[in-house]
Structure formats: structure tokens, C-alpha cells
Design a protein around this ligand. Structure first.
Ligand code: BGC
Length: 348
């Protein structure tokens, strides 16, 4: 009898500790699209890590369609998700779903991209977006040795989606490093396009970046003018610029920046076509968000490390910023292969 009692107590303890872990709670994860490699990784990592921590997961991708994301998030609420993790397609377009979450007292974590114009956003987890831009700008500054070389050097810019709050941070980070050299004339933006609105790429699409680059090349570089650097905010846009250059430009190959270490771009770095990227290990971000989910659901204090930067128009959202890392052909093995992010085969 004693043994049976002890067994029952043991089973109860195990069950209690499991439910303390996650109580079978359901977490909704809304990702923008499957078109870009990184979001597939983000979604897969989040799902695996949340499940490992004992949560049920409802993971949806919205095919870069704002209406689709809106209805997916509403369905997650109807399906009983207790926390929502959202990487928005368009930061300001999820208002009604966020209101619904707020009415039901469901906390919302903005994942990677800030949710704008809403007080229903509880926390934000991302990489230091401004730092991504400064890493790109600093790479150009150092590689061209702007403080010492005579110049002038020709440069162009390609930024991201105006609907993505991150895009301005990336662009401003790079511009803040390079602007003094543009003003002094050491850097010459031959197209004259230096404003974010001129250089933005709606939906971050490779094809859109490519056709703008083709236009710039045919209008300003077809006479043999040489290009020294093309600052691209991320890898999908860098790919478009690289494609345009390969087809339409025969001069000295310029510096091309990027971000994400997507597979095709990493191959391009190895082949000498893209100069650098910024590695944002999606495993780190997913782990941080899983931790946040746990802290929120158990009523603990939530880890944040920035309470001033990310104003969404209604409130400053408490944020956790992970650190982005410079990547190039020189350190990709250590960063991407040794860490198990990619296999060697994937980069062949
Ligand atoms: C992300 C980048 C990504 C871009 C396009 C941004 O919000 O931070 O890592 O390259 O979206 O998907």
C-alpha cells in the first residue's frame, strides 16, 4: 500500500512539474512569409523550442498578405492561444487583431519587427537593428579606407520595406556612418538617391531591388562609370543588386553588403560576389522569445535590455535586443558551419 501511495505521489509530482513547465498552454506564432529563407528558420526554431518547453504551438505563415496575417492571428485568438508571437508583414496593419488580443488579455510579443500604432504590444524581441546598419556602414568605411584614401568613391544604396519598422533602423545605421563622407564629397552617390524613400524596396523583394538596380546601372553607369560600393540592407535585396550587376555592369566589382547569411548569399560571399553579411542567429532570437513566453505565463519578470529605443507611435515597447554579428567569406565557417547553422553541403 505504501509503495502504491509513493508511486502515486511520484506520478503526481512529475505531472505537476510538467504542467509547471508549460501547463499545455498554447502559443500562436505568426510569420510573414515562407518566401524568404530566414522566416522559415525562425518559424521552425520557434515551433521546435516551444514544443520542447511543453507548449502547444499554432504556427502560421501569411504569404506576405496582410489580410491573411490578420485573419490568421484572429483565428489563433479564437483557438485559445494564450500568448501571441508575431513577425508582422506590415507593422501598422494588425490593429483589429491586436485589439481583440488586448480585450481577451492575451499578451503579444513582437518578433523581430515591431508592431506599430498599438498599445496591445507587450514586448519586443529582435536583433539590434541599428547596429546591423552600422556594421554594414563601418565595413564600407574601413574597406574603402575612407579616412585615408583620396577617393572620391562611387556608391549606391538599397534599403528595405517602408512598412517594416526595421528597415529605417538598418538604413539610418549605415547612413550615420557614411553620411559625413557623402557630405565631404569622398563618397559620391552617382544616382543622387540618398533618401530612404528613394532607395526603399517594398516587401523586400529581390526582383524589385533588381529592377531598381538595373535602372540605376543603365541611367548612370552605362558610360563606364565605376561603382565602388552598393550598400544593401539585407540579403534578398543584395541578391537583386548582384543579379543586376552581373547582367548589366562590366566594371570593377563593387563592395556589396547584406544581412541574414541566407544560403544563396553565403554562396555568393564564398564566390567573392557579395562582400559581407550580418549574421542574426535565428536560434538565439527564438530561444529568447521562448524564455519571454515562459516568463510572461508564469508571471515572472520578463528579461529586457532596452526600454528606450522602440517607440511604436503609442508606447515605448520594452525590448530585448540580441547582438548581430559581422559575417564574411573569412569567418563563415566558424559562424555558420561549426555552429551547426548550415551543413557544408548546403553551401556547395
Ligand atoms: C528582418 C531582416 C530581413 C528582412 C526581410 C527584416 O525585418 O529583420 O532580417 O532580411 O526583414 O525579410
Amino acid at each position: 500500500m505504501k509503495k502504491i501511495l509513493a508511486l502515486i505521489v511520484c506520478v503526481l509530482l512529475v505531472v505537476a512539474s510538467m504542467s509547471a513547465l508549460a501547463e499545455g498552454q498554447k502559443v500562436g506564432v505568426s510569420m510573414p512569409t515562407k518566401d524568404l529563407q530566414r522566416w522559415n528558420q525562425d518559424g521552425a526554431n520557434m515551433e521546435a523550442m516551444l514544443k520542447e518547453a511543453g507548449y502547444e504551438v499554432e504556427l502560421q505563415y501569411a504569404a506576405n498578405d496582410v489580410q491573411q496575417q490578420l485573419s490568421q492571428v484572429e483565428t489563433m485568438i479564437d483557438n485559445g492561444c494564450e500568448v501571441l508571437v508575431i513577425a508582422a508583414i506590415e507593422g501598422s496593419s494588425l490593429g483589429s487583431a491586436l485589439e481583440k488580443a488586448a480585450e481577451k488579455g492575451i499578451p503579444v510579443i513582437a518578433y523581430d519587427r515591431l508592431l506599430m500604432q498599438s498599445d496591445a504590444v507587450s514586448y519586443y524581441a529582435t536583433f539590434d537593428n541599428y547596429m546591423v546598419g552600422t556594421v554594414q556602414g563601418t565595413y564600407v568605411k574601413e574597406t574603402l579606407d575612407l579616412d585615408n584614401a583620396e577617393g572620391p568613391f562611387n556608391i549606391e544604396f538599397t534599403a528595405g520595406d517602408p512598412g517594416d519598422n526595421n528597415a529605417g533602423f538598418f538604413f539610418n545605421g549605415a547612413m550615420d556612418v557614411l553620411k559625413p563622407y557623402i557630405e565631404s564629397g569622398k563618397l559620391n552617390v552617382v544616382s543622387g538617391q540618398t533618401e530612404f524613400t528613394d532607395v526603399a524596396t517594398p516587401t523586400w523583394k529581390t526582383e524589385v531591388a533588381q529592377s531598381r538596380a538595373e535602372n540605376i546601372l543603365s541611367s548612370y553607369y552605362a558610360d563606364g562609370t565605376e561603382l565602388d560600393a552598393w550598400v544593401c540592407s539585407n540579403d534578398s535585396t543584395a541578391l537583386g543588386v548582384t543579379n543586376a550587376l552581373e547582367a548589366n555592369y562590366t566594371g570593377k566589382w563593387p563592395i556589396i553588403t547584406g544581412q541574414d547569411c541566407d544560403i544563396q548569399n553565403t554562396k555568393n560571399m564564398i564566390a567573392g560576389k557579395q562582400s559581407m553579411s550580418v549574421f542574426k542567429d535565428t536560434r538565439t532570437l527564438a530561444a529568447q522569445v521562448v524564455k519571454m513566453v515562459g516568463q510572461i505565463l508564469s508571471g515572472e519578470e520578463v528579461d529586457v535590455n532596452d526600454t528606450t529605443t522602440y517607440d511604436n507611435g503609442v508606447k515605448v515597447v520594452p525590448s530585448f535586443l540580441c547582438e548581430p554579428v559581422f559575417a564574411s567569406a573569412d569567418n563563415y565557417k566558424e559562424l555558420l558551419i561549426d555552429s551547426g547553422y548550415y551543413t557544408e553541403d548546403q553551401l556547395q
